[in-house]
Design a protein around this ligand. Structure first.
Ligand SMILES: [Zn+2]
Length: 150
């Protein structure tokens, strides 16, 4: 089995997991338009073959959500909560005013330090299990909070 390291996200392709199978290593995100401008690992975009959040590395769409969290936290926007604990970053974005495929109250997001992988994204709704967001739903959230994402 390929050794899995942070600098070798390709190694994760050996994990039997549908999140990983949908992901593709690329230097440009066709859907979100981000181009690779750094040395190191290529973009791993979950949205090239799938509409649903999955394993990733420096995907443009997910980077925009993280930018919103960062900028809103600087501005102390009460719709976005943020916590940092031992390098792990946790945030919830209020999405209750946004019309999504299924109703949701908030988007939960977590990642480690400033690493390329966004480890978790879940849409949360009262009384329902969390579900993974779809590309179009993230797009609506990005548009709703576009003042933080220019
Ligand atoms: Zn992408």
């Amino acid at each position: 089995m390929t050794k899995l390291t942070e600098n070798n996200p390709q190694g994760t392709a050996n994990i039997a997991d549908d999140r990983v199978l949908a992901a593709v290593h690329i230097t440009k995100c066709k859907r979100c338009g981000r181009e690779k401008t750094w040395n190191g690992d290529d973009i791993l975009c979950p949205f090239q073959n799938s509409d649903v959040f999955g394993d990733n590395w420096c995907c443009g769409q997910l980077a925009k959500i993280r930018l919103i969290i960062e900028n809103a936290t600087d501005k102390e926007d009460s719709r976005i909560h943020y916590q940092y604990c031992e390098g792990q970053q946790y945030s919830t974005i209020n999405v209750s005013d946004i019309e999504l495929e299924e109703t949701a109250e908030s988007l939960y997001v977590t990642w480690y330090k400033s690493r390329g992988r966004t480890e978790g994204m879940w849409l949360m709704n009262r009384g329902y299990p969390p579900r993974k967001p779809k590309y179009e739903e993230l797009q609506k959230i990005i548009e709703h909070y576009s003042l933080y994402c220019g």
